[in-house]
Write a protein that binds this ligand. Structure first.
Ligand code: ATP
Length: 256
């Protein structure tokens, strides 16, 4: 089957001035299957965001290319929803209006818009807050609103760059479960960057471990735990073994 997303020898060099260049990403290649949940971990500066931004069409590769369903990415597109660590909600719009925003831009009729928005607001558990402004929400709720907004425009691909990075541990675990539930109901292809090794193993069907200087793919660790993932799984010997493998690859790449 053809991959949903295909990174093909993608490199990115940043010009540092004075003729010097910095290789942020070196010949990164990866095929992501339709409906797959891929997590990406690696030390700071290993090119995770660079790879994600190239797939989002926000940054151009210096060489190589990214294909989405066989078409080369040359800019942002509605089939790719992007969620960053910063929630980026419009503060003057309510939760529902934020979720409706992309639908309004796409020209959807008001009644349909509301129906779609309310579906996704319910999916992330924010129905009681649909008429609230972002400033009255906790960080986790804002991020759930951002997820509902990204889902509402029905992107086939979700690109998530440390979406839970700013949240406390408990909220984070809750949002991980919520994201997996949403993913199992509204199957999308997900590329999810995190610094948290546990999060990477818990969410992903494969963990992509990257290494720095230059930023590159170091190792792919398949996660042979079935979905739905559960709390018992988190505490299982199988999970711990995978977590240790990923940990060693991130922190001791020379030996692993
Ligand atoms: N616009 C830029 N100009 C120059 N260098 C850049 C630019 N963007 C990124 N870099 C460099 O490229 C490297 C990779 O950056 P990138 O943000 O992709 O890493 P990352 O793995 O996402 O890091 P982190 O985990 O800290 O977010 C870093 O060394 C960074 O300093």
């Amino acid at each position: 089957m053809r991959p949903k997303i295909s990174f093909q020898d993608v490199s990115r060099r940043f010009d540092l001035g004075g003729g010097g260049g910095f290789l942020a990403l070196d010949r990164f290649s990866l095929d992501v299957a339709d409906g797959e949940f891929i997590t990406v971990v690696g030390p700071s500066g290993c090119g995770k965001s660079t790879a994600m931004n190239i797939a989002a069409g926000l940054l151009r590769p210096s060489s190589g290319r990214v294909l989405v369903e066989d078409a080369e990415v040359d800019g942002p597109g509605p089939e790719r929803g992007v969620i960053f660590q910063q929630y980026a909600l419009f503060p003057w719009l309510t939760v529902r209006e934020n979720v409706e925003f992309g639908l309004r831009v796409a020209g959807m009729a008001a009644r349909k818009r509301r129906e779609v928005a309310d579906h996704f607001i319910a999916l992330v558990g924010l129905s009681d807050f649909a008429d609230s402004l972002p400033k009255t929400l906790s960080g986790g709720m804002k991020q759930r609103c951002a997820i509902a907004r990204a889902y509402a425009v029905n992107p086939k691909i979700l690109l998530m760059d440390e979406p839970f990075g700013a949240l406390d541990a408990l909220t984070r675990v809750n949002l991980q479960d919520q994201l997996l539930r949403t993913w199992s109901q509204e199957r999308r292809t997900v590329l999810f960057i995190t610094h948290d090794v546990d999060e990477a193993v818990y969410l992903g069907s494969r963990v992509i471990v990257m290494a720095a200087r230059p930023g590159r793919l170091h190792k792919v660790v398949p996660v042979d735990l079935p979905y739905p993932r559960t709390e018992e799984m988190r505490l299982s010997a199988g999970f711990t073994a995978l977590r240790n493998e990923v940990w060693r690859s991130v922190y001791h790449p020379a030996e692993h």
